[in-house]
Design a protein around this ligand. Structure first.
Ligand SMILES: Nc1ncnc2c1ncn2[C@@H]1O[C@H](COP(=O)(O)OP(=O)(O)OP(=O)(O)O)[C@@H](O)[C@H]1O
Ligand SMILES: [Mg+2]
Length: 260
């Protein structure tokens, strides 16, 4: 048996698919204001894999995350979490699936100002009537470095600390899959590295599945693979990324963008 810094057995890596988009299309608006945010995207996110999504502003990264997490409707194609087709679910079932299986870290933190840090972290479980696993919760809180701030409300916390509350909240319920939309965008490099290290460890040691949007090649290098989006389409993929390789790939897209 392997004991890890998380104090649990090393998770067995599987190749099962945690989430899958097939020809996923999302169109916003109508007529002249119509925007094709996702144009027949097909992509798989395997269990215990850490995927980074990159691409220029407006390329559809947040839209892809929102559609896959059941936070936004799709216009065409399919979005699955495990074996469940999201488009087949009514509102009630979708809400339950989101609550029970999906963690989401938003581009904005979405913390409730009247609740303290701990109450914010356990809110989704409180709503679901689930008791937090205390050992896991302590470990999450400790790892994101919030042990001394649990009684503070968001306006008494720094931006980085608020982001860490949002990270802890998304992980507290041990979701099957975690979507994170620029989780380190508001953090200084040290706090950012801590959060990224934590996400990577949760994948490597606990078999957590993580899909993360980032603009930062260094953040992307924590992932197992990087998927590149442009104009609502997947245009490239990189495995075992290094920051240099990611930067190189991004430069190539920029160059193409300028010449086309
Ligand atoms: N609610 C909406 N109504 C209309 N258009 C939208 C809506 N949400 C997003 N879009 C459009 O869809 C496209 C993709 O947006 P999205 O937010 O997914 O981009 P992104 O890749 O996350 O960008 P960023 O890096 O700036 O966060 C953009 O052109 C955007 O203007
Ligand atoms: Mg976005």
């Amino acid at each position: 048996m392997t004991t890890t810094p998380f104090g649990v057995q090393t998770a067995v890596r599987t190749t099962a698919v945690a989430a899958r988009a097939t020809d996923l299309t999302k169109v916003y608006g109508q007529g002249e204001t119509q925007v094709v945010a996702l144009d027949a995207v097909s992509v798989e996110f395997r269990q215990a894999e850490f995927t980074a999504i990159m691409g220029p502003s407006g390329s559809g990264k947040s839209t892809l995350m929102h559609c896959m997490a059941g936070l936004d409707s799709v216009s065409g194609g399919s979005a699955r979490i495990g074996d469940t087709e999201l488009t087949s679910l009514n509102d009630k079932k979708l809400t339950r699936l989101r609550r029970d299986k999906i963690g989401f870290i938003f581009q904005a933190f979405n913390l409730l100002p009247t609740l303290n840090a701990l109450e914010n972290i356990t809110l989704p479980m409180d709503i679901a009537g689930r008791k937090p696993d205390k050992q896991w919760l302590d470990m999450v809180v400790d790892t994101v470095g919030l042990s001394g701030r649990l009684k503070h409300r968001p306006n008494q916390l720094s931006g980085g600390q608020q982001q860490r509350v949002a990270v802890a909240r998304a992980l507290a319920g041990r979701p099957e899959i975690m979507f994170a939309d620029e989780p380190t965008g508001n953090l200084d490099s040290r706090s950012g590295a801590e959060v990224l290290g934590f996400l990577r460890n949760s994948v490597r040691e606990l078999g957590q599945t993580v899909v993360m949007v980032t603009h930062d090649p260094v953040a992307a290098s924590y992932a197992d693979r990087v998927v590149f989006l442009a104009d609502g389409r997947i245009v490239d993929e990189l495995r075992e990324p290094t920051a240099d390789a990611v930067l190189d790939r991004m430069k190539r897209f920029d160059a193409k963008g300028r010449t086309s």
